[in-house]
Ligand binder design. Sequence first.
Ligand code: HEC
Ligand code: HEC
Ligand code: HEC
Ligand code: HEC
Ligand code: HEC
Length: 169
Amino acid sequence: MKKLLILLAIAVGFSAGVFVVNRAVSREEKVVQPIDFSHALHAGKYRIPCMACHQRVMMGARASIPNIEVCGACHSTPMKKTPGELLVYRYVSRHRQIPWYSIYHVPDYVYFSHRRHVAIGKLDCKDCHGDMASLNSPPTTQFLQIKTQNCWNCHEKHNVTTDCSHCHR
Ligand code: HEC
Ligand code: HEC
Ligand code: HEC
Ligand code: HEC
Ligand code: HEC
């Protein structure tokens, strides 16, 4: 595992932010991801830290979803040759971006920053995304629904501003 993390650190150095992400259009849309990715395996069993893959989460507004530049650190040769692994390997070896869908996104007229909440506010990913490290398949619904009321309630609890202009700039 240590070797895997070193490989990852090397790849991270080269993966300067080319991310292809599709947005799920509505809350009702049923999302089928191109690969049945398991957080339970990667973040749970192998303990790969969230920010090793979601590399912008501490410094940007968006967390970013990793693609072949990151997966390739470990999947540039098939390990156990399971069908799932071979699928990632095919994207990596053909330099094809994995067309992930993102189910969490605020509308354009709302301002939300991960850096503010995670790096400065010291909130846990779990507060808004639940226990991702226990999921065997990609999430299909938002854990904490992105609704004014849910943002608002937590702000009141933490004595943070509920002034309209801070979330709607
Ligand atoms: C730090 C190393 C590392 C990185 C980075 C990594 N993986 Fe893995 N992945 C593993 C290991 C270890 C396994 C388990 C191999 C096995 O036991 O078959 C695995 C297995 C898998 C499997 C097969 C699971 C199954 O049940 O057959 C898939 C699919 C997968 N990874 C997708 C991805 C994707 C997509 C990315 C990039 C977003 C990624 N991995 C990044 C280490 C990594
Ligand atoms: C205060 C609530 C909150 C916390 C804490 C939080 N997130 Fe998010 N997350 C959101 C919201 C809201 C969005 C939608 C953001 C957008 O559309 O810009 C989101 C989107 C995402 C996405 C989708 C892709 C992207 O680029 O934004 C990922 C991945 C993600 N978060 C990972 C994380 C990780 C990892 C952590 C912990 C290190 C974390 N989040 C902590 C609320 C949160
Ligand atoms: C090996 C890389 C890897 C690690 C480690 C990882 N993730 Fe992810 N994450 C992904 C990939 C790939 C996706 C897109 C597929 C999916 O939804 O499962 C994703 C999706 C997500 C999403 C859904 C984003 C959306 O808008 O659909 C959230 C939230 C998230 N991850 C949070 C976390 C948290 C919290 C951790 C740490 C406990 C973590 N991730 C660890 C690779 C990773
Ligand atoms: C803590 C963040 C936050 C604050 C404070 C906030 N909003 Fe919002 N607002 C959101 C989010 C997130 C959405 C999009 C999700 C939704 O529709 O609930 C939204 C959506 C909206 C919409 C469009 C959706 C609808 O319900 O028609 C309007 C209009 C709006 N807000 C007005 C306001 C006004 C006026 C205030 C001040 C009294 C305010 N907001 C304060 C986060 C916030
Ligand atoms: C789990 C609790 C929690 C949730 C949910 C949450 N926030 Fe926050 N938010 C905080 C905390 C705590 C801070 C203060 C961070 C700091 O600066 O220490 C903050 C700060 C902010 C700020 C900066 C406020 C300022 O002073 O200018 C904005 C903007 C913001 N949040 C928007 C949102 C939006 C939009 C949502 C919903 C999509 C949301 N937040 C959901 C806890 C939360």
